[in-house]
Design a protein around this ligand. Structure first.
Ligand code: IPM
Ligand code: MN
Length: 366
């Protein structure tokens, strides 16, 4: 089969890690007799530099015409990059938000799990890690504070900034359904995270989650307040299977969840709508501090490509081949710098490799 993949390399380490994911996809194509065609799409800082806009209408049209999108990362250093001198709606992140909205990518799935090989890189104590952990964060991606009305105005000589948090019943229902569906294929537990002791939007959230839960009697569920959840993630991460939450809480909790696994560089993510289309990107950001150094971990992007094969193209065997190759790479003792063990003695037992070498070694194992 032939597939048309839109490629958003973006900024920072984006182009470096995307190059390795394409190499892996090409290896899969050769082995399994597929054809992956790539079309570059500009978004983020690189698009601002080239066109003055973080996402042009042309780029949106290209995205809509693709079977799926593979993305690296966008944005730069918010304190030093000239991109952040621009008005908010002209900055790199505005491009990503516009793309999510234009493609109706309301469901963002971010798996966070601990590889046994990487226990040494996990910042949690052994007694907290226990038997390890394996969770998925299902984050609502096109509503809430990110897309509410906002303004900054002067009232009686004082600047006043407002952001609004709105959720409708259908918006909550459709993301809750995604969470319960995925839980059904896993350990059958949903933790819905909100701030229902304060926010109206959270109280509506709870009510809708309960309605949806009634259709999934085989899946257990609980409600948890977001502050408690932030604490539980470092206290006992093993308790979570599927975390269902709104946009802003999901943004924060998914960074936390990925960090407790020991590396942001290992975790893939998928943003989906109600069709087979999806946008696949690493959970981590553009890491401008290490861009161009050839040391970024390409695994999250490579695993995102695997998710693309599985969810958008129904190529399960091929997806599994990529995931197994990554597993083998780790078992064979290769590590990028971000997942090196902390202790000297442990570090001596593994081989540190750069971005390209990691990509090559993973391709060899497909
Ligand atoms: C993410 C990122 C984005 C977000 C930024 C870049 C707008 O942090 O995908 O988590 O906040 O959603
Ligand atoms: Mn984020």
């Amino acid at each position: 089969m032939s597939y048309h993949i839109g490629v958003i390399s973006g900024d920072g380490i984006g182009p470096e890690v995307v190059a390795e994911a394409k190499k892996v996809l090409d290896t899969v194509a050769d082995k399994y007799g597929h054809e992956f065609e790539y079309e570059d799409i500009l978004m983020g800082g690189c698009s601002i530099d080239a066109t003055g806009e973080p996402l042009t209408d042309h780029a949106i049209a290209q995205a809509l015409a693709s079977d799926a999108i593979l993305m690296g990362s966008i944005g730069g250093n918010t304190q030093t990059s000239p991109w952040y001198q621009l008005p908010a709606d002209k900055r790199p992140e505005a491009g990503l938000l516009k793309l999510r909205k234009s493609l109706n990518l309301f469901a963002n799935m971010r798996p966070a799990f601990l590889y046994n090989e990487l226990r040494e890189a996990c910042p949690l104590r052994d007694s907290v890690i226990g038997d390890g952990f394996d969770m998925v964060i299902m984050r609502e991606l096109t509503g809430g504070l990110y897309f509410g009305e906002r303004s900054t105005e002067e009232v009686d000589g004082v600047l006043l900034a407002t952001d609004t948090l709105t959720y409708s019943e259908p918006e909550i229902r459709r993301i809750a359904i995604k969470a319960f569906e995925i839980a059904r294929k896993r350990r059958k537990k949903v933790t819905s995270v909100d701030k229902a002791n304060v926010l109206d939007s959270s109280r509506l959230w709870r009510g809708m989650v309960e309605e949806v839960a009634a259709d999934y009697p085989d899946v257990s569920y609980e409600h948890m307040l977001v502050d408690n959840c932030a604490m539980q993630l470092v206290r006992n991460p093993g308790q979570f299977d599927v975390i269902l939450t709104e946009n802003m809480f999901g943004d924060i909790l998914s960074d936390e969840a990925s960090m407790v696994t020991g590396s942001l560089g290992m975790l893939a993510s998928a943003s989906m709508n109600d069709t087979k289309f999806g946008l696949y990107e690493p959970s981590g950001g553009s890491a401008p501090d290490i861009a161009g150094k050839g040391i970024a971990n390409p695994i999250a992007t490579i695993l995102s490509a695997a998710l693309m094969l599985r969810y958008s193209f129904d190529l399960d065997e091929e997806a599994k081949a990529i995931e197994n190759a990554v597993q083998k790479f780790l078992e064979d003792g290769y590590r990028t710098i971000d997942i090196m063990p902390h202790g000297e003695e442990e570090a001596a037992k593994v081989t540190q490799v750069g971005t390209k070498e990691a990509g090559d070694l993973i391709c060899e194992r497909i």
